[in-house]
Design a protein around this ligand. Sequence first.
Ligand SMILES: [Zn+2]
Length: 278
Amino acid sequence: MKIAENLYLVGSEQFGISHPLDCNCYLLDSGQTRTLIDTGLGPGVEDILQNIRNLGFAPESIRHIVITHSHIGHWGGANKLRERTGAVVWAPAGAEKAMQDVDSDRAIRVNFEFGRYPTGFVARPCRPDKPFSDADRIALDGVCLRAIRTGGHTPDSTCLLFENREWRGLFTGDVVFYGGRLGLTNLEGCSLAEYRRNIHKIADLRTDALFPGHGVFVLRRGEKHIQRAAHKLADLLMPPTFFEENELIWDREYLSMFNADTRSAAGKGTRETVDADR
Ligand SMILES: [Zn+2]
């Protein structure tokens, strides 16, 4: 799905274009090569690759995969996509440990306990090829992303600023969403204090477009959504969280429908139930 000049949405739960546990996966086109921002959980990789082909791009033209933070719903497909495309996997410094030590990830453990993952799903570790740090300018074959470490959702959460002559957009992962909602969760590493400390780093970037890791994106006035989050964080009460209202992905019955689809499709050899091998 084309969403702006040289930018496409190729994976997403809420837009219904890949697996329901996939985050928004964005494809940036530099003209010669492509960069994928986040990969989804893994079972949606074939959908994502097909979406990319449907846009007229060869999967092999993806030379870079950039991960916004260490939650597996954002990088779980990276192994398989790296194998299929030969792309380099970039991830925030500090995310490598969580991406390789999946057994200690409470989010993964709880999702297994609550029966949310597809039948046969295996959480396999991923070793990133290249780490990036706060304030790094990541040069990707004609595309430049500015890394802005914005802890709060996770300590390694990093927003990525992209600019061209027409507009500037911020890929926010799970840091901030439409309407200024935050990525607050009941997980280790999520911190209101860190949110308060870091939100100013993205509040005054004159951001036109806001590209969050889930749900609606906006092409204009993106900064207003971030400033609303900053305003809420300056107040005394708990700010609104995106995940609280995103109920379908917490619904076992809803997800089991996709498990059934996946099982029958896999029997025809069109889709895989198990995530990428290392
Ligand atoms: Zn997350």
